[in-house]
Design a protein. Sequence first.
Length: 215
Amino acid sequence: MRSCRVMPPLLLLLWAGLLCAALAEPTTERFTLAAGCFWSVEMAFQRAPGVISTRVGYAGGTVAEPSYEDVTTGRTGHTESVEVTFDPAAVSLGELLRLFWAIHNPTDGKCQGNDCGSQYRTAIFYHGEAQKRVIDASIAEWEAAHPSAGPIATELSASPPARFWPAEVYHQQYLELRGQDASKGSLAPIQCYGDRGPIKKMDKPDIAAVLQKDL
């Protein structure tokens, strides 16, 4: 008769602790996007419920570890980007994409407002084929809802191989650190360059539907 092997108490406690830690750790996703000057884009996503963290940087280029000065020349191939980490149980990628389309003009591949050049082009750097399928469906949905706007010009690239390089520390949460409201659900206008420049209106229905969900 085969005997039943009993797990030693210490191993049992260790196994239970690892299981609890795994269950307690939230599942997160990341995706990287570009929609013009990264300061205001980052603030828009900071306000979205379910977004855990954001950081600005440079993606889509050919030069390693570019500086802001390198990227502004338009010769490195990078675009100013925001890496968004979110909890998919609290907000879906589809909802965040609806916010993305609403805060910029995705049909213009060269300019966003007064910001023109390849470093301000609209782009999404997706993490995995599952995200790519959601993005393709979101593009089709947006184009069907805006038939007179023209096709979306947003560049789509996989990440990796497209690499995200974090920007300098002084660019991170730039507008929040200068007094603008980054609280969840805020519809306050965003002053794109801090104390100057265009004002991004955030009380549009498509924006409010994402920022104020469940609030």
